[in-house]
Design a protein around this ligand. Structure first.
Ligand code: FES
Ligand SMILES: [Fe+2]
Length: 380
């Protein structure tokens, strides 16, 4: 007889989501439809498409998307799908172009998506060219603090309606976050991780710091208060204070760059982690920020793209070296993602129905659980 392993709510424990929510492909399909296809999803940086003709290509929910700045300076997003026979139009991840030309039969589209060229086939041309019916299919694009967000739903809410409340939840106001001037920063380093875990485990892990003292020796050395298991995401406006002997959020703690110039002295030696449900984490430090982009690939696989951003004037200096900073969070990422995989491995165990998280230590995950359950209609 197998003992029951269900954890029910008690004074100090609240039940987690059921294990099957992390392993059932049908649940993952519901999440794709109700969460990822309806939300604004972080896709890139506005500076990558600053000039007319510049484009980036990316994927959201398995859809190939092009983001391009038009000759009229307007930023647009299109499905990267030729209207003729469906070929992938832009195959590089970024570049510059005057026209979007299909590599297969050379139909070409203006940067506004309009079909402008159909080679040969003279008899069809008049019907097809400049006919809106045959232009590229648009996707919704939003710019928020210099970050590009895509939304694949038909009629999304404005991007700031989704994102500003996450900042309010973390800070109680918008000004602190704005001071980090993400729109002025540039990516100096990128790491990509393939994680054998459901996307929700990654979000839960990012939101609690109960694990910090066990698996993050370098992080707790940097921010000693994380040893207590109390993260700062539970407390509005509170950042994690650096170790007294640390000048920077880096492996050595040595400060080699000034604080971001729009910050204030009161922002010094503080770290803020912010969860931007459903697919981004933003980490603020005085001289750089770290952005995680989470891409759910299947019910038990996620890709994470992690970028380290700095001020361009710092990056231009001959002795600029981001690796002391990179090595701290890269190590944290490796530790976190290994832990996420330990949990995923047992989500379908017959002795695990659900677990329990500690309140108030891990309380922040409740809001996320409610968000998921409401979205996929399992609440109540
Ligand atoms: S598939 Fe694009 S032109 Fe034929
Ligand atoms: Fe962690």
């Amino acid at each position: 007889m197998i003992p029951t392993s269900s954890i029910s709510d008690s004074g100090s424990l609240k039940s987690t989501l059921k294990g099957s929510l992390y392993t059932d492909p049908a649940i993952f399909e519901r999440e794709k439809k109700s969460i990822f296809s309806k939300s604004w999803i972080l896709a890139g940086y506005e500076y990558e498409v600053a000039e007319p003709g510049q484009y980036i290509s990316t994927q959201v929910q398995g859809e190939n998307i092009i983001i391009v700045r038009g000759k009229d300076n307007v930023l647009r997003a299109f499905y990267n799908v030729c209207r003729h026979r469906g070929a992938l139009l832009c195959q590089a991840s970024q570049g510059k172009m005057g026209v979007i030309r299909c590599p297969y039969h050379s139909w070409s589209y203006g940067l506004d998506g309009m079909l402008v060229g159909v080679p040969n086939a003279k008899e069809c041309r008049q019907e097809l060219v400049r006919n809106e019916k045959f232009g590229l299919v648009r996707a919704h694009i939003g710019v928020w603090h210099g970050l590009l967000w895509l939304n694949l739903s038909d009629d999304p809410q404005p991007v700031e309606k989704q994102l500003d409340p996450e900042i309010m939840e973390r800070f109680g106001e918008l000004a602190t976050f704005s001071r980090y001037s993400i729109e002025n920063l540039r990516v100096a380093h990128r790491e990509e991780y393939d994680v054998a875990a459901n996307w929700k485990i990654l979000i839960e892990n990012f939101q609690e710091c109960y694990h910090c003292s066990t698996i993050h020796p370098e992080l707790t050395q940097t921010i000693p208060e994380f040893c207590t298991g109390v993260g700062t995401q539970n407390e509005i406006g509170r950042g994690g204070k650096f170790n007294q002997s640390y000048e920077a959020f880096s492996l050595s703690g040595k400060g080699t760059r000034p604080r971001i110039k729009t910050l204030l002295p009161e922002d010094d030696r503080l770290y803020y982690g912010i969860t931007m449900v459903p697919n981004a984490f933003i980490n603020l430090t005085p001289d750089h920020i770290i952005i995680h982009r989470l891409i759910p690939e299947s019910v038990n696989k996620s890709k994470v793209i992690c970028d380290w951003l700095f001020e361009p004037e710092q990056m231009a200096k001959p002795d600029f070296d981001p690796m002391d900073a990179v090595n701290l969070f890269h190590r944290v990422n490796q530790q976190d993602f290994a832990a996420c995989e330990w949990c995923q491995a047992n989500m379908d165990s017959k002795v695990y129905e659900n677990g329990g998280f500690l309140v108030p230590l891990e309380q922040h995950v409740t809001r996320f659980y409610n968000y998921v359950l409401e979205a996929i209609d399992l609440k109540g």
